[in-house]
Design a protein around this ligand. Structure first.
Ligand code: SF4
Length: 386
């Protein structure tokens, strides 16, 4: 990262140097050898892995070892509603988590921190956050999670069960460390200073190793977890980290609710989404003639990146698109149209699944196999060595 880069779970500014982040965060590249090991259990690789969108990890090797030895593991992820319902960039960690759940048949905990963005002053009011929670939960369910192996919970509703463990965790994080890791300052609300303790709690829901897929900007929480968990008799959490997922204004841009034209929301009418794609930043030349002569640059093209991330399952077809682009055989107009069609299809199907999710949401929240067990979960603090 450059010196001017701001990099916390709430803010990312400046150019991100992913290689340098690995060193700074003490994380490792996802190697081909590690993916081969994973594939022994899953039989195939999701494109988010084979294309290294999830490019970094911590202890994924140990997760696989635990699994091979029959100890198992569990998954945890989440999303904090702030200004909008979910957009395409938000679903990437959930798509990864759902795939891992399906392949390994493991329990999955999904936190909806309905206080975090309010405390971070990224949401205008608690009422605004509340208005987004229901749709967020339905969007997550619609991605295909197993109702008996998934527990989705909102912090403010489930707090009675989280609070004791959060107190135990919070006592072990001093303010100097929190300031250094999260960039807290004099204007930070005191609620936000406590919040990281809550976010760590689900990693203690089971005594097995916890694997968390997330965008690398969320890493600070889980580095702290790794200092605390062994002292409490729990496993250090393992991570699978993705690059920051681009918006439509350039590969360094983010999808943002404050600029709705840069983001494809899962609720967008498919035709509206298609229009946004047609206006996306590409790596194309200013004129057709120049495109034919010089070719485009897929490496800086948002359209190409979205094919790569989620919308081109075939490696062969992706490579062909890349080559045709750089050779000037492909024009941006047709390329954007193809992506727009795929995204329209995806949204139509997703919006239908959301309607179906409505009927089964209580299984995820309250009465599925895992959810009903979790409403009786209490943190076992009595046996801790304080
Ligand atoms: Fe991007 Fe496609 Fe244009 Fe190439 S042809 S720059 S991949 S939009």
């Amino acid at each position: 990262m450059t010196e001017k880069t701001v990099f916390t779970p709430w803010e990312v500014e400046g150019v991100v140097d992913y290689e340098k982040l690995l060193k700074e965060f003490g994380a490792y590249r996802v190697t081909d050898e590690l993916l081969t090991e994973l594939k022994k259990h899953t039989g195939e690789l999701h494109i988010l892995l084979s294309r290294k969108v999830f490019y970094a990890h911590r202890d994924l090797d140990l997760v696989l070892k635990d699994y091979a030895e029959g100890k198992g593991f569990f998954l945890y992820t989440g999303i904090a509603p702030s200004r909008s319902t979910m957009h395409l960039a938000h679903i990437v960690p959930f798509v990864m988590t759902q795939w891992l759940q399906e392949k390994f048949k493991v329990n999955t905990y999904i936190m909806i921190p309905d206080e975090e963005k309010y405390l971070a002053k990224k949401a205008s009011s608690l009422a605004k956050v509340d208005s987004l929670v229901e749709q967020t939960i339905l969007d997550i369910i619609a991605l295909g999670f197993d109702p008996d192996r998934t527990f989705i919970f909102r912090d403010r509703e489930y707090i009675k069960h989280l609070y004791t463990a959060a107190v135990v965790v919070a006592r072990r994080i001093n303010f100097s460390l929190a300031k250094a890791v999260f960039g807290f300052h004099g204007e930070t609300s005191i609620g936000l200073i406590f919040y990281p303790a809550l976010q760590i709690v689900p990693t203690l829901f089971e005594k097995k190793r916890c694997l968390i897929p997330y965008g690398i900007d969320q890493d600070p929480y889980f580095r702290i977890q790794r200092d605390i968990a062994p002292k409490l008799g729990y496993c250090k959490t393992a991570s699978l980290m993705s690059i920051l997922i681009p918006g439509l204004e350039g590969i360094k841009s983010k999808m943002s609710a404050s600029k709705p034209e840069t983001a494809i929301f899962l609720k967008d009418p498919p035709e509206v989404a298609a229009k946004k794609i047609m206006n996306a930043f590409t790596g194309g030349q200013p004129t057709i003639k120049e495109q034919r002569e010089k070719g485009g640059n897929p490496n800086i093209c948002c359209v190409y990146q979205w094919f790569r991330i989620l919308f081109e399952p075939s490696d062969k077809a992706l490579l062909e698109r890349y080559e045709k682009c750089i050779n000037g055989e492909l024009l941006c107009g047709e390329c954007k149209k193809e992506l727009a069609e795929r995204i329209k299809e995806f949204l139509k199907k997703h919006q239908q699944k959301v309607k179906e999710a409505e009927k089964i949401k209580d299984k995820f929240l309250y009465d599925g196999k895992l959810a009903s067990r979790m409403w009786n979960w209490e943190f076992d603090y009595a046996s801790l060595r304080e």
